[in-house]
Design a protein around this ligand. Structure first.
Ligand code: HEM
Length: 504
């Protein structure tokens, strides 16, 4: 009985008193934005759920509120019951970088999709070992080394496009997740893993039934289930349930994850390719095998999921804005990139670097709809001051990617999809400059910033440009009309839109 009463008091203190005090404490600073209304237990999930119930992407309210927040440095978010200080202004991010990693560092927090990163570098504090692990990745996937994978990527793209054409109407996000997973598996584990891609593994579905599923289908389904777990209000409200996987979907997801890890180990056992990243990492002295496997798992998720979500955004917005699509097709055509071309000759790394408008389309899709809108958790390692606001040790922080991308001081007409905003030669760019609007280094945030920013940036951009060029040249497609007519669509991780495309 007493135990029950103490537990209830603790829960109420944690879920009610702490968030209220946090809002009060930071709300008194004029440069900290605190949303006027706040729903106990749900916190800001309330806004996300409201968006979803009105058929908008769960972060549409953040895009729209960006205008309101132009004059603030930080904002208070309550994720379920967890209070978070979100850094929104360029100044706040600049100061964060100066204090990082000595006074602000990553917070190890395993929830939702972050459970797929256990033991990997992404869940470690910044130290000499994490820095080395990041460096290995940047060296192996930097532009110079990564361009050797272009023929492999083209081969995979051709295979997947043919399969999608044969099906006609497809759920394009799952298709793109499978494609990027396939590409990454070949690069990380070796080309020989293709031999076991058809092997089936038991996947426990939402009804509790076991389905035998190929790894290429397994990964998107499991990834989506973990992303849903991340935004599930119970995860924020009662973290213990998620931490200990006490009920479904947590329990089920964990079982599927164990099967998936077994599948990855099968792949590694088959990998004899000495060019694979797995083989190359094994030669590094400062790595244990478990660390390498955890990092490979991270790269597969971090690279595969972000890459696929950004590809869906590109093709969705190109269809929605046909002028941009026509301009891109013209650029590709002018460079010999069209149906029937010898793509191994016309899609080289040098060619990709010449394609200015393609680059602008990818940049604009990443601005308008960043694939990783939530970002990682950070924490103050000691008492600090940021933008003149005292912040106690232990305060949880995040970087707000969306506010910066929709800030009217950095982007002219930010709610519109305009690739030319990134081309200094374009009329739109000149118009922006004349209006006194131009992006600052801190207003492009899709890859994060500071010592823990994304180490896969060059690879991610190269892969996106290559696949967009190949698909745009070879694919005719229609997007379901209802989805196309909706102005509040997004495909960032954790979103619920199912993009059905008809492909010919
Ligand atoms: C369009 C593609 C991509 C986007 C938009 C993206 C975005 C991001 C973002 C926002 C972060 C968090 C940065 C921060 O906390 O400041 C991140 C971290 C990370 N990304 Fe990417 N990413 C992409 C592709 C990739 C690729 C291809 C890889 C490589 C396999 C990769 C590997 C990682 C890793 C390992 C981290 C964690 C870094 C650390 O903790 O030190 N990403 N990414």
């Amino acid at each position: 009985m007493w135990f029950f009463i103490v537990a209830v008091i603790f829960f109420l203190y944690d879920a009610v008193v702490i968030p209220i005090l946090f809002r009060r404490k930071f709300g008194k600073y004029p440069n900290v934005f605190v949303r006027p209304s706040f729903m106990l237990f749900l916190g800001d999930y309330h806004q996300a759920l409201k968006d979803e119930s009105t058929n908008r992407i769960y972060y549409q309210h953040v895009r729209e509120e960006a205008k309101l927040r132009n004059n603030y440095d930080m904002k208070v978010d309550i994720e379920g019951k967890v209070p978070i200080l979100n850094l929104i202004s360029d100044r706040a991010l600049k100061e964060y970088i100066n204090l990082s990693p000595t006074k602000i560092d990553k917070l190890r927090w395993i929830k939702g999709s972050l459970k797929l990163e256990v033991g990997s570098l992404a869940q470690e504090k910044t130290n000499s070992k994490t820095i080395k692990r990041r460096k290995h990745l940047s060296n192996l996937l930097g532009l110079n080394s990564a361009s050797k994978y272009i023929p492999e990527m083209l081969g995979c793209s051709e295979k997947f496009l043919q399969q999608m054409k044969a099906k006609g109407r497809v759920q394009f996000l799952d298709g793109m997740v499978a494609l990027t997973f396939y590409i990454f598996s070949c690069i990380l584990f070796g080309r020989d893993v293709k031999l076991i891609m058809n092997k089936k593994y038991p996947y426990e579905n939402e009804e509790g039934q076991i389905e035998e599923v190929e790894i290429l289908e397994y990964f998107p389904r499991m990834g989506r289930a973990f992303l849903e777990e991340f935004v599930n209000p119970i995860t924020g409200l009662m973290p213990i349930i998620s931490d200990l996987n006490l009920i479904n979907p947590y329990k089920r997801n964990q079982r599927n994850f164990q099967t998936y890890t077994r599948a990855l180990k099968d792949m590694l056992a088959h990998s004899k390719d000495d060019q694979s990243i797995w083989s190359q990492l094994k030669t590094k002295e400062d790595y244990t095998e478990d660390e390498i496997i955890a990092d490979l798992q991270l790269y597969l998720f971090a690279g595969g999921e972000t890459g696929s979500h950004s590809l869906v955004s590109v093709f969705y917005f190109l269809k929605k804005f046909p002028d941009s699509y026509a301009k891109l097709k013209k650029e590709l055509n002018d460079h010999g990139i069209h149906k029937g071309a010898d793509f191994n000759k016309v899609l080289t790394i040098d060619k990709l670097n010449e394609l200015e408008y393609l680059s602008c389309v990818v940049k604009e899709a990443l601005r308008f709809d960043p694939p990783f809108p939530q970002g990682y958790f950070y924490t103050a390692k000691e008492d600090i001051t940021l933008c003149d606001v005292p912040i106690p040790k232990g305060t949880i922080m995040k970087h707000d990617y969306l506010s910066g991308h929709f800030n009217e001081k950095s982007y002219l007409r930010p709610m519109e999809f305009i690739p030319d905003r990134f081309n200094p030669e374009s009329e739109f760019y000149q118009e922006s400059v004349k209006s006194g609007v131009s992006p600052e280094p801190y207003s492009k945030r899709e890859f994060g910033m500071g010592p823990r920013k994304c180490p896969g940036q060059s690879f991610g951009i190269m892969q996106a440009k290559l696949i967009v060029a190949y698909f745009a040249a070879n694919m005719d497609y229609e997007v379901d009309s209802e989805l196309l007519a909706n102005d509040c669509v997004g495909f960032g991780m954790g979103g619920k839109f199912m993009p059905y495309f008809t492909i010919a």
